[in-house]
Design a protein around this ligand. Structure first.
Ligand SMILES: Cc1ncc(COP(=O)(O)O)c(C=O)c1O
Length: 422
């Protein structure tokens, strides 16, 4: 396991500048990785994933014996990443039949999988049932009858469920990833909460075991997590309270997210104060488990100066959509010289959109064609939202650990772009 050193909190645990002055991730020189696997490529420090999984578990274990840490697989839906978390004993949150298939392929047993979704289809519910998932998280009144139908079809035991409620608490984050406010497409609000509880408690097919909420993502303050638990104090005491995810991460070195230990302590103490003992505390971190584990490597294809200096690389919005979706900020570094400072420039992608800007305010030392550029903190929702816009085959995922690197997802081939044609 890597020592807990980091180049900065933005980079993976175990990263450093090596004797050649190059970035090293998982004991591997980033320039060697670029030469061996090509660019763009996602490089994951495998040990980083394990360290953070253990940090979450240890933080919970310090406060309670009755907890579950569940990886929100949407953040990095790659079987190799999910397999690490399955091995580390985490549960898995899936939001579709596709993510469920990935979770099973990664080795999660059904009883550690929680099915989410605000528009689950009959088929998705059938597949979840067949997989014997731990909980179907009921998001709306309409799916109750659908799930009852599925249980009647297979004539098995009642399906354990929890209900997702919207606590009416808004954390400070981007509108597009805020979910705790009352005006949200997720979860039950107002009279629907009580209706759902009565409806499920009266059902022979469903067994109500818990309540769930997820107030939003990339939250850098802890107070809203406590307020959200206080906001549901009037609900009956359930066997399980699932508090979703939401812990923010550092994308740039100015950002200072709360420590995992403080986040966990806030959530557990809020549940204990509001609901007392005998309630299992479940948490569903996504981004905080994976974002900083990963860097993306690119190669510069052109440098042009007009009003600004544009450093154009061989990837962009196809491998990292977040800057375009949310105006998300990242850092850019030269892999051969990963220090701060240099020429002010825009790191741009190769796609046919002016908005395809990966880092608006980069500083790179004398950028030139052929340089390998690294953007850290791309493990959360990067690979997850990868697409093939402009016919760009999707980038590979490379695991680096202890000086060895291996491809866990190979680069997509151009002929796969028409593999589904009929
Ligand atoms: C239900 C649910 N749980 C957990 C998460 C993970 O959130 P984060 O990546 O912010 O930890 C999400 C993210 O959208 C979610 O919708």
């Amino acid at each position: 396991m890597a020592a807990l050193q980091q180049l900065s909190p933005v980079f993976p645990i175990g990263s450093r500048i090596n004797d050649q002055g190059h970035l090293e991730v998982g004991g591997c020189d980033a320039l060697d990785l670029a030469a061996e696997f090509g660019t763009p490529a996602y490089v994951v420090a495998e040990d980083d994933l394990r360290v953070r999984a253990r940090q979450f578990k240890d933080a919970f274990a310090a406060h309670t014996g009755d907890y579950e840490v569940v990886f929100a697989s949407k953040a990095f839906p790659c079987t190799a990443v999910m397999r690490v978390f399955a091995e580390e004993g985490l549960g898995c949150d899936v939001a579709s039949a596709g993510e469920l298939a990935l979770a099973l392929q990664a080795g999660f047993p059904g009883e550690r999988i929680h099915l989410h979704g605000n528009a689950k289809s009959l088929d998705e519910l059938r597949v979840a049932r067949a997989a014997n998932v731990r909980h179907v998280v009921i998001d709306n009144i309409d799916e109750i009858a659908r799930l009852e139908q599925v249980v009647r079809e297979d004539a098995g035991p009642p399906q354990p469920v929890s209900i997702r409620v919207t606590p009416g608490v808004r954390g400070d984050t981007h509108d597009k990833i805020s979910t705790g406010q009352t005006d949200s497409k997720f979860g039950l609000t107002g009279a629907d909460v009580q209706n759902a509880i009565e409806r499920i408690e009266g059902s022979d097919q469903l067994e109500l075991e818990g309540v769930h909420m997820h107030i939003g993502s990339q939250l850098l303050a802890l107070a809203p997590f406590r307020e959200a638990v206080e906001a549901i104090a009037e609900l009956p005491k359930f066997r399980e309270v699932n508090l979703g995810g939401g812990l923010g991460v550092a994308y740039t070195r100015e950002q200072e997210p709360p420590r995992i230990a403080d986040y966990v302590q806030t959530k557990v103490s809020a549940v204990r104060e509001v609901f007392g003992d005998g309630v299992r505390v479940v948490d569903e971190p996504g981004r905080a488990l994976v974002a900083n584990s990963t860097v993306t490597l690119y190669t510069v294809q052109s440098v042009k100066t007009n009003v600004s200096t544009y450093v154009a690389v061989d990837g962009g919005m196809s491998d990292n959509l977040r800057p375009m979706l949310y105006g998300a900020r990242y850092e850019a570094h030269a892999a051969a010289q990963p220090a701060t400072g240099g020429v002010p420039c825009k790191l741009v992608g190769k796609h046919c959109e002016s908005g395809d800007v990966i880092v608006e305010d980069a500083h790179l030392p004398d950028p030139k064609v052929g340089d390998v550029i690294v953007t850290p903190a791309t493990g959360g929702y990067g690979f997850a939202m990868a697409n093939t816009y402009n016919g760009i085959p999707r980038a590979p995922v490379v695991f680096a650990s202890g000086g060895d690197a291996r491809v866990v997802v190979r680069r997509e081939r151009p002929e796969e772009l028409f593999a589904r044609d009929v």
